[in-house]
Ligand binder design. Structure first.
Ligand SMILES: [Zn+2]
Length: 315
């Protein structure tokens, strides 16, 4: 063929007809491929005009590559490293306003449909696990990018209560050991320690109950009173009924009974507000304060008492 000349449409058709069913050998294909590589390609150093790009785009709209074609494309791309520059270009071309979804909002029911259709087993990620390398890569690209408050709230809500992947599960004692071992010898950076400490201070603590624990003990709550309460309670934990003589600390030292303020008000040192508890039971009272208050208030009324109706509480 002479340079610049073109086949007539009908002869192209004829050629196509006559080629149908003919298997092209690998060798032939390689030759064809080589003949249009680099400088030899008729499109070498040329670019599509914006107009023709649009036209190509239009003509491709709505057409889908067959599965076979997709597999072929995938195969031919495998192993090809996309250069950082190219990746950057692709990324930039999809950012913000350029993103094909920019400014588009799906109706709620469509969003729900998409969400439903990609949940659990239907998700393309179901059952797959990311390799550590991939996880590391994702982590790296996210580092230093602050999450919006909204995003943080959503993440937090998504793993609360029943939604938490650890809901109603417990660590096996084996994994507990592993975690302990992992932490052992690892020093927590000061920065993290301070963060944890800050996050547990005062109002943020789940033990926080309005600051009553900072109220000073009533002046009357001295050694003598505590001793009187212990004696009143027969030197016996009023919750688990263990005697003080049976209580020992971890390192084997004898342990005293604690004297607990039933309503948690530490200046309220009326004997009816004080009760003897072992350390273990006293610890429990840090949670469910309302429950324990009612529990011990009921208990203290039935404590002891003699025939004359005088309770042991009246020391
Ligand atoms: Zn006890």
């Amino acid at each position: 063929m002479k340079k610049g000349s073109h086949h007539k449409p009908e002869s192209i058709n004829k050629m196509s007809e006559s080629h149908k069913g003919h298997e092209v050998t690998l060798e032939q294909r390689r030759k064809q491929s080589e003949a249009s590589m680099g400088e030899k390609n008729h499109f070498y150093n040329k670019h599509h005009t914006k107009k023709s790009k649009r036209e190509i785009s239009e003509s491709k709209k709505g057409t889908k590559a067959s599965v076979e074609t997709k597999i072929r494309m995938s195969k031919s791309h495998k192993g090809h490293e996309v250069s950082l520059q190219t990746r950057q270009k692709i990324s930039n071309g999809n950012k913000g306003e350029k993103h094909y979804n920019f400014g588009k909002h799906l109706p709620e029911d469509q969003k729900r449909k998409i969400s439903e259709s990609t949940k659990g087993e239907k998700s393309h990620m179901f059952g797959t696990h990311l390799s550590d390398i991939t996880k590391g890569k994702i982590s790296k690209t996210h580092k230093g990018i602050p999450l919006s408050e909204n995003h943080k709230r959503k993440l937090s809500e998504g793993s609360m209560g029943e939604k938490n992947h650890f809901y109603k599960k417990k660590h096996k004692s084996k994994s507990k050991l592993k975690m302990a071992e992992y932490r052992r010898g690892k020093k927590m950076p000061l920065e993290i320690k301070l963060k944890i400490s800050e996050s547990l201070k005062g109002e943020k603590s789940h033990l926080w109950k309005g600051g009553i624990s900072f109220e000073p003990y009533g002046l009357e709550f001295n050694k003598e009173l505590r001793e009187q309460i212990r004696a009143r309670d027969n030197y016996c934990c009023q919750e688990c009924n263990k005697y003080e003589s049976e209580l020992f600390s971890k390192n084997g030292k004898p342990e005293r009974l604690s004297v607990h303020h039933i309503n948690y008000i530490k200046t309220d040192c009326r004997p009816t507000n004080l009760i003897s508890l072992c350390k273990k039971c006293h610890c429990k009272t840090n949670f469910n304060r309302e429950y324990w208050t009612a529990h011990f208030q009921k208990k203290i009324l039935t404590l002891g008492g003699d025939k004359n109706g005088k309770t042991r509480l009246e020391l």
